[in-house]
Design a protein around this ligand. Structure first.
Ligand code: NAD
Ligand code: ZN
Length: 341
């Protein structure tokens, strides 16, 4: 291997990524260098590149946090990863391992965490540094392209569904049938839930039906709150993945009394809540951020067992800007996975 690698960098917020040759990083203590085969493109990468959120990445940086490849070198003190291991690099790049969140198995809430493709360089590159404690082994027989979307979209919707506190036989509304949502429908079905999918486009509603959603609602034509109340008396849980503040408001109105809203979509902004309605209906509203390493192992296992299968479109790394633009326009059905080598 030479000293440089191809990478896609954000040099300015809101501007196209720059494809450049940059230095291949060296693994330090506790780290592994991974040669990437693929990386999924998440809508979070769009938010990162646009500087959408209150906490912004430092420029320049390499986005991407659904990377899969093989370990090519390990730094000092790495005992459980070795050259050749097939691994995934998720959003949760590191956590401190000693704070109240880490010691209680909620490392996704660690205040000292680093995030791949945000606070540290990510997977839109030929190589990436992984923290050996957070790189995850890919279970057989999952291939790299199938594993990639599970590293963020999969684990986030899997954990987000757990946060709805629903049980087999319950009804869950899934709002937004993109990269996250189309996997969310499949996890929900595998978890024994009934699914109502909400989207703005007929193609995505069709995909949701193919993946097992019992009911679909086009939110541009029908008020989802009214429709879900009429159909089933309200949903037990709702998972919002849509990049739209309005979708959060709509999802609350689909819930039955005692229902739970799990928020995972991250449009910048706010949405109004009726205090009276929240209290009268005993509604529970919570945010859910990716998942823990345990959630990720479980989410990958669903994939390995064929219970969840991402609909993927493969594109070369060079096309990353077109893909980011398409995500902004809601013009990706399933997940785009960049092929890197
Ligand atoms: P995506 O672009 O693939 O999918 C988003 C979907 O929402 C699109 O299909 C779009 O058509 C749809 N949508 C937009 N407005 C809608 C509306 N009003 N009603 C219904 N659907 C609507 O994006 P993605 O990669 O699935 O990511 C979705 C969001 O989740 C992003 O904001 C991303 O940053 C966030 N995210 C959060 C976490 C977390 O840990 N909480 C993890 C990953 C991604
Ligand atoms: Zn993501």
């Amino acid at each position: 291997m030479g000293n440089t690698m191809k990478a896609a960098l954000v040099e300015e917020f809101g501007k196209p990524l720059q494809l450049k040759e940059v230095e291949i990083p060296k693994p330090e203590a506790g780290q592994a260098l991974v040669k990437l085969e693929v990386s999924g493109v998440c809508h979070t990468d769009v938010h990162a590149a646009d500087g959408d959120w209150p906490i912004k990445p430092n420029l320049p940086f390499i986005p991407g946090h659904e990377g899969v490849g093989h370990v090519v070198e390990v730094g000092p003190n790495v005992t459980h990863l070795k050259e050749g291991d097939h691994v995934g690099i998720p959003w949760l790049h590191t956590s401190c391992s000693y704070c109240e969140y880490c010691v209680s198995g909620r490392e996704n809430l660690c205040l000292s965490q680093e995030n791949t493709g945000y606070s540290v360089n990510g997977t839109f590159a030929e190589y990436v540094l992984a923290d050996a404690d957070h790189a995850t082994k890919i279970p057989q027989p999952l291939d790299s392209a199938q594993a990639a979307p599970i590293l963020c979209a999969g684990v986030t919707t899997y954990r987000g569904l757990k946060e709805t506190n629903t049980k087999p036989g319950d009804w869950v509304v899934i709002s937004g049938i993109g990269g996250l949502g189309h996997l969310g429908v499949q996890y929900a079905k595998a978890m024994g839930l009934h699914v109502i999918a909400l989207s703005r486009t007929p193609e995505k509603l069709e995909l949701a039906r193919q993946l097992g959603a019992e009911e679909t609602i086009n939110v541009t034509e029908t008020d989802p709150g009214q429709a879900v109340q009429d159909k089933i008396g309200g949903a037990h849980g709702a998972l919002v993945t849509a990049v739209s503040t309005q979708a959060f408001q709509q999802a609350v109105s689909t819930l039955r009394r005692g229902g739970t809203l799990s928020m995972v979509g991250l449009p910048p902004g706010e949405f109004p809540l009726s205090i009276f309605e929240m209290i009268l209906k005993g509604i529970d509203i919570r945010g859910s951020i990716v998942g823990t390493r345990t959630d990720l192992r479980e989410a990958l296992q669903f994939g390995a067992e064929g219970k969840v299968k991402a609909q993927i479109e493969t594109q070369p790394l060079d096309h990353v800007n077109t893909i980011m633009e398409r995500l902004k326009n809601g013009d990706v059905n399933g997940r785009v996975v960049l092929s890197i080598t």
